[in-house]
Design a protein around this ligand. Structure first.
Ligand code: ADP
Length: 542
């Protein structure tokens, strides 16, 4: 595949015949000539050397999104891999000179949301995975990490120092600590809301200016990773899920190794058990008896790690209740399952455990298996102990073929009735579209996130034709209830952003005013989170 000569508009049905002229005019306006790409590439090579500039066909392929419904919409022109802040500052100037959009990634493992691919085809991937420094303040339990530090890197680093602090890791932990926190990924310990543990950033702005947020603005301050807000406006969250800057360092708080861990693994037999389960956990979470973020998963989330669909049926369409019952029986899993964990002093955990046990037995679980650990004992390798994992990725193989999944994740109130209604609505849609339902309901402090994985097989054209309309239908259904997604795949960033519509999309107007002020050439991740710089305004999905 040759390097893209221009940025194509989004392909597809939304271009009507009478819009063609406007469409071709739009493309001329946003075109990057192949000579601009070639010139930028030479300039990148001058500062990075040819070995860190990747524009060959195989290079381009390796940065594509293997899970996208139509990955061509997101093919990058190439990638560049700097190793210093000074190089990033120079790269930004080159991108401005040649009007070449950059798409920053840390390790690019944001699978289900776009992986390492850019939203706009023809962008250049700014691969920051070579930047891997870790600074650790053991006394205060903080780290300052560069973009390329993976969960495994940080885990090995802390383990070699006696694991005095624990990580919080996402279900698939092969990505970066920074990229996950910037995309608001979640884990399962009391530090599971990763973005909430950010304390201080270093950022290269789209004009090349280097900024430190919070107390980092005070040159040489020993409190950069200790106090989040600094003086005046506080900007850390401005760089999460945005296209306002390239983060080069991130401060994060880590959980001190607890004295003990106690809890229970629970299974529930019926779909209707979801409502009472949520209503039983929610007050404990709000009260702080439970400080981690439990996630209630359905049977398929548990079972598809051990088996594949083909072992049970070859019938197309959503699985029948008979097949579901047979799979659940074989692996001894409930329709829903959840794990609750308490962290900290053993005496406190014991008291809190009694409260949890009472609340859970009242709603009659199918099984309740206690879990217990005390400092010094071997640790179980799970997300609850902050151990990085990749085995849940096995779910991509559910249908066979070239597998994948795309997330649909609306934010809900912590209400059993609301969650049951959302579950029923969504499950009915899965059946209508003939897809197998994998879902979870993950607790925050005041909200639930209903993460649905739309599992797919890219070698099944009939299925692939359904995935896009299905996801758009789910977004529409959620909007009708007043629900919006917390995070989404590149393909749905415009659709989701469009649901955030108060006062004629005032938030969009604010975001885009900020975008144009900071990035007048629109070089940084155009279209990310539905934020389009003026230069590419016509690329927004209608
Ligand atoms: P991970 O390596 O954890 O999988 P990614 O590198 O895929 O994370 O990035 C996740 C999201 O965060 C992407 O949308 C990406 O554009 C954004 N992102 C990642 N690193 C940076 C960074 N250093 N600065 C700005 N945005 C970033």
């Amino acid at each position: 595949m040759a390097a893209r000569a221009h940025l194509p508009g989004h392909a597809g049905p939304r271009v009507r015949d009478d819009e063609r002229d406007e469409e071709s005019e739009k493309r001329t306006m946003t075109a990057i000539s192949s000579s601009a790409i070639a010139s930028a590439r030479r300039a990148f090579e001058d500062i990075l050397g040819p070995t860190n500039v990747f524009f060959d066909e195989l290079d381009q392929q390796s940065y594509q999104d293997k899970f996208a419904v139509d990955d061509e919409r997101h093919h990058p022109a190439g990638a560049i891999a700097p190793s210093t802040v000074a190089q990033i500052q120079e790269i930004v100037q080159i991108a401005r000179r040649y009007k070449v959009p950059l798409w920053p990634i840390s390790r690019g493992k944001n699978l289900g949301y776009g992986g390492s691919a850019p939203l706009l085809a023809g962008s250049v991937i700014l691969d920051l995975s070579r930047m891997q420094k870790i600074e650790y303040d053991e006394h205060n339990g903080t780290v300052l990490v560069e973009p390329g530090v993976s969960f495994y890197d940080l885990y090995d680093f802390l383990k070699s120092r006696g694991l005095k602090h624990w990580l919080s890791v996402p279900g698939n932990s092969w990505g970066s600590v920074m990229g996950n926190a910037l995309d608001r990924g979640v884990g399962y310990t009391p530090y599971g809301e990763h973005t909430a543990r950010i304390c201080g950033l270093e950022v290269v702005m789209p004009d090349g200016m280097l900024v430190r947020t919070g107390m980092g603005a005070l040159d040489g301050s020993p409190t950069w990773q200790l106090y989040r807000y600094g003086f005046g406006p506080s900007w850390d969250q401005m760089f999460a899920q945005s296209n306002f800057g390239i983060v080069t360092k991130m401060g994060l708080w880590l959980m001190p190794e607890p004295e003990s861990l106690m809890g229970m693994d629970l299974e529930f037999d019926k779909p209707e058990d979801l409502g009472p389960l949520i209503d039983a956990i929610a007050p404990l979470r709000r009260e702080g008896v439970l400080q981690q973020s439990p996630t209630i998963g359905n049977w398929l989330r548990a079972a598809n790690i051990f088996t594949t669909r083909g072992e049970w049926t070859d019938k197309p369409g959503a699985l029948s209740d008979e097949v579901i019952t047979a799979i659940r029986k074989k692996f001894n899993v409930g329709w829903w399952g959840v794990s609750l964990r308490l962290y900290g002093r053993e005496s406190i955990n014991k008291a809190a455990y009694a409260v949890l046990e009472e609340a859970m037995t009242r709603i009659k679980p199918m099984s309740l298996k206690p879990a217990k650990w005390r400092r010094g004992e071997p640790l179980e390798a799970t997300g609850w102990t902050g151990t990085p994992l990749t085995f849940p990725m096995q779910n991509a193989n559910w249908y066979g073929g070239r597998g994948g999944h795309i997330g649909f994740s609306p934010v809900l109130p912590q209400s059993g009735a609301a969650a049951m209604a959302q579950f029923k609505r969504t499950y009915d849609r899965y059946k209508e579209y003939g897809m197998d339902y994998q879902a979870s309901f993950a607790f925050g402090e005041r909200h639930l996130i209903n993460v649905n994985a739309v599992l797919l097989n890219k070698d099944d054209p009939e299925m692939m034709a359904k995935v896009d309309p299905f996801l758009r239908q789910l977004i529409k259904d959620a909007r009708e209830q007043g629900y919006g997604e917390y995070r989404t795949h590149l393909d749905y960033m415009d659709a989701v952003e469009n649901t955030y519509d108060f006062n004629d999309h005032a938030l969009r107007r604010l975001n885009e005013r900020v975008k144009d002020a900071l990035d007048p050439d629109g070089i940084l991740a155009p279209g990310k989170s539905g934020i389009w710089p003026r230069r590419y305004a016509k690329e927004r999905e209608a």
